[in-house]
Write a protein that binds this ligand. Structure first.
Ligand SMILES: Cc1cc2nc3c(=O)[nH]c(=O)nc-3n(C[C@H](O)[C@H](O)[C@H](O)COP(=O)(O)OP(=O)(O)OC[C@H]3O[C@@H](n4cnc5c(N)ncnc54)[C@H](O)[C@@H]3O)c2cc1C
Length: 226
């Protein structure tokens, strides 16, 4: 059963002109798995109301009391969020959704592949693996156009060290790969038993899903993004 609660914005971090991190304090909390996502609406409604226009966002945090979202302003509703949802304002969220996380496989090998804002669900997943001393079971490939586009680079690097590899595709940057993620990169880290997660734009996910299937990988997981 999904849970509906109102939430107040307590902080907004401006990562760039079109990417913001929203920190929300929930009126009523319930347990959720890392990697889950919510439906967020600007309307203030309850569970018994007809659910209004909303959009889907991954939960970027895994801690009690607050929930963080990283939102990229790409179209109609996200620009409405940027215009109308300020510090002190409220919105309504319905959650949790999604089944990226599987508790039965946490002791097996995972490769998380992120494109741009697609890093968001991994922020809560990596935190879960850290809290449970399981970081050795995951690797992260994080691809972005420019180094400065990388979100939470410092904290991810601190948790993952060499287990995180960064791919910067539109500029040369030291200590990063300066190319798109290739199948050779994936083969270097993964074998056919590795659980491979994909999160990026629709074309990013589609492209890597095809590459993975063509190369014999079967344990592929993704939540579709716009
Ligand atoms: C499981 C899941 C998790 C998600 N998590 C996040 C998250 O954590 N953060 C985040 O920012 N987003 C996330 N998204 C995506 C987010 O829900 C969408 O970005 C959002 O729905 C876009 O809504 P919008 O009304 O602003 O854009 P819309 O106006 O609905 O536009 C949607 C897309 O169409 C494109 N588009 C719009 N108009 C045109 C046009 N005329 N011609 C061509 N293209 C056009 C836009 O550029 C955009 O990419 C997630 C999606 C899913 C499914």
């Amino acid at each position: 059963m999904n849970h509906v609660t109102q939430a107040k914005v307590v902080q907004i971090v401006e990562h760039s002109k079109d990417i913001r991190e929203y920190v929300l304090e929930l009126e009523k909390e319930r347990k959720y798995n890392p990697g889950s996502f919510v439906q967020l609406t600007l309307d203030l409604v309850t569970a018994s109301d007809i659910w209004p226009d909303s959009r889907t966002f991954s939960i970027a945090s895994y801690e009690k009391g607050v929930m963080k979202f990283i939102i990229k302003n790409v179209g109609f509703y996200t620009s409405k969020i940027f215009d109308e949802l300020g510090v002190g304002n409220k919105c309504t969220i319905k959650y949790p959704f999604g089944d990226l996380f599987n508790k039965n496989s946490v002791n097996e090998k995972h490769l998380f592949i992120a494109g741009g804002v697609g890093i968001t669900p991994y922020l809560s997943l990596v935190k879960y693996y850290e809290l449970n001393n399981l970081l050795d079971n995951i690797s992260l490939f994080y691809s972005a156009k420019y180094f400065n586009d990388l979100l939470h680079y410092g904290s991810l690097k601190e948790m993952l060290g060499e287990r995180m590899e960064v791919f910067v595709t539109r500029e040369k940057y030291s200590n990063c790969h300066n190319n798109r993620i290739t199948v050779e990169d994936i083969n270097r880290i993964a074998d056919k038993e590795t659980h491979i997660y994909l999160c990026g734009s629709k074309s990013f996910n589609q492209n890597y899903k095809e590459i993975l299937i063509k190369n014999g990988y079967t344990k592929i997981y993704m939540d579709e993004w716009e």
